[in-house]
Design a protein around this ligand. Structure first.
Ligand code: 3PG
Length: 328
């Protein structure tokens, strides 16, 4: 019977891994499509505050329809839930708009190379703002991440400060978003999918007045006419595609965050960027110098090393905690 139990456990473990693998693959594929349409739209229509708002509005609408028609179960929320969601939504809004502003100024690949430094931000925030300490190898593994990103940045042919800072701000904001989200989702009856739906709605409310203040309807209308005359009616479909795919990839990523730690999430997210970087360089024919590509490769390899270091470290730490509990 113990053998039967062990094999059942192994099977459920394998099924869980397969499910997470499927979530990751879907998340990455949806994200590649989002990034391509988002950049096509931004090239013709450089209003990142509006396109960020439209992405959130589209997701909110899709979820309201899903709830109304019973495709998704309407979550039961109280005022406490929305209060805890507020800081997450602020971080999500800042991270989203900052990344989109960045992509409106530089190549998609450059934004994502800088954004591949997110695990380093995760450690730095945990260390300096939350007071958590990590063993030396964890800090050492940050050197290639930070060094690789820096090398890629200084050798970027189309470097732009707003593009660079946008990606950096996005990194910082998303680390907070992931930490707060995981805390907010813990022990709550709201599923990952519905949690992200509520997050979109609250972020939409936060972002709309800022988008109007920064860009505003007059600019949007004039730009829209230019884009329509240059691209034709298919421009509308590009806007729809970037908005729908934005929601879908985030929804799937939150469905996986439900199952994994914020750290695994950050690492999965960095691996995702490899597919975005490669596909966007091919599609947009982004010029890349060998030393620039080397920087990106070192940064991504650094993330891989970081994941190899941090997992055994977390495992050892949990053993120490368990042993200490036994000793006490
Ligand atoms: C956005 O617009 O929110 C960014 O493209 C998101 O970046 P992510 O790849 O970190 O989700």
């Amino acid at each position: 019977p113990t053998e039967v139990a062990a094999s059942a456990e192994a099977k459920s473990e394998a099924a869980k891994k397969a499910k997470i693998g499927l979530y990751f693959a879907t998340w990455w594929a949806l994200n590649v499509v989002f990034n391509i349409y988002n950049k096509k739209v931004l090239n013709a229509y450089p209003y990142p505050w509006l396109t960020s708002t439209l992405s959130l509005a589209c997701g909110s609408l899709m979820m309201l329809i899903s709830w109304a028609t019973g495709i998704a179960e309407t979550p039961k929320t109280d005022i406490e839930f929305w209060k805890t969601l507020f800081p997450v939504a602020v971080a999500h809004t800042i991270g989203h708009v900052a990344a989109t502003v960045s992509m409106s100024k530089v190549a998609v690949s450059f934004t994502h190379i800088i954004k591949s430094g997110e695990p380093a931000f995760s450690v730095l925030v945990s260390r300096f703002l939350l007071g958590e300490t990590f063993p030396v190898p964890v800090y050492l593994s940050l050197i290639p991440i930070i060094g690789g990103c820096a090398l890629a940045a200084v050798t970027e042919l189309n470097f732009n400060m707003i593009g660079f800072m946008g990606a950096m701000i996005s990194n910082l904001a998303f680390v907070f978003r992931n930490i707060f989200s995981k805390r907010g989702m813990k022990g709550k009856s709201v599923s990952g999918m519905n949690y992200y739906a509520c997050l979109s709605m609250l972020s939409l409310l936060i972002l709309t007045p800022f988008a109007i203040a920064v860009e505003g309807p007059q600019m949007w209308a004039a730009g829209w006419q230019t884009a329509m005359s240059q691209i034709g009616p298919q421009f509308i479909w590009w806007v729809v595609a970037q908005s729908v795919f934005y929601h879908l990839y985030n929804q799937v990523s939150y469905m996986s965050l439900d199952q994994i730690s914020p750290l695994t999430f950050s690492i999965g997210n960095t691996m995702k960027r490899i597919s975005v970087i490669v596909s966007s360089i091919i599609i947009f024919r982004t010029p890349v110098q060998p030393v620039n590509a080397l920087g990106a490769a070192i940064a991504i390899l650094g993330t891989f090393l970081y994941s190899q270091v941090i997992y055994p470290t977390l495992y050892e730490l949990s053993l120490i905690v368990i042993t200490n509990e036994w000793l006490l």
